[in-house]
Design a protein around this ligand. Sequence first.
Ligand code: PXP
Length: 248
Amino acid sequence: MSGNKLRLGVNIDHVATVRNARGGAYPDPLRAAKLAEEAGADGITAHLREDRRHISDADIDGLMEVLSVPLNFEMAATEEMQKIALRHKPHAVCIVPEKREERTTEGGLEVAREENRLAHYIAPLREAGCRVSIFIAADRAQIEAAHRIGAEVIELHTGAYCDAHAEERFEERDRELESLREMSAFANSLGLEVHAGHGLSYETVKPIAAFPEVMELNIGHFLIGEAIFRGMTPAIHEMRRLMDEARA
Ligand code: PXP
C-alpha cells in the first residue's frame, strides 16, 4: 500500500446484502473479499452499520482474521463503533455519517459542525495505530475541519458526481468533477491523503482516477453488481485497467 500507484479498495457490503436477503450464510462476504484480494484489490472496505443491515460483527471478526490486504473499516462516530474499532485495530477507520432511514451513505460528514467532539473521538483511534479517514463532500470548510481534528486521510464523496452522470445532468456533473478536482488538490496541499468513492462505475471512474492527488478509490455496489454479469475477478480487473489507463 505504498508508492504512487492508485489503490483500489473493494467494498464487499453488498455481498452481505444478498446473503441477508435470505438470512443464511450464503453468499459469504469473506469469500468475496478473498477473491477480490486475489484479483488485485489493494484493500477491502466494509461498513458495519449501526442497524447491521449488511455487514455483521462476525464478518468483521472474520475479515480481520483472513485478509492479507488492509481492512478499511467504515463506521459512524458512535461509542459502540469506537469500541469495536479499538478491539480490532484495523489498518484504517473511515468515519461516515449514518442515518437509519437512508438507503446508502447520502452525504459527507459534517466535520465543521462537530469539530470538538470528532477531534476527541478520533484521538484514541489514531493512538491505537489506525489511519483515520473522514468521508466528506468536496467542501473547503469540511476539509479544513478534517485537517484541524487530526485526520490523516479524507475520502471525497463522489456520489453527486456519479448521480449527475447517471441522470445525464452533464453540466452539473462537470461542476461536481471540477470541485472534486480543486478540493483534491487543496486537501493534498494541507498534507491530507486523498481518497475518493461512492457510486463509481466503469463510466465514471476515469476522471477521478486521473486526479494525481487521489491515492485510493473505494468501490463497492457497482463491482458487486457487475460480478453477477461477468464474475468478480473480471469485474475487478476491468476496473483496475480503467484506473491504470486514467493514471497513465
Ligand atoms: N466510500 C465510502 C466512505 C462509502 O460509505 C461507500 C459506500 O458504503 C463507498 C465508498 C462505496 O460506494 P459504492 O458502494 O457506491 O461503490
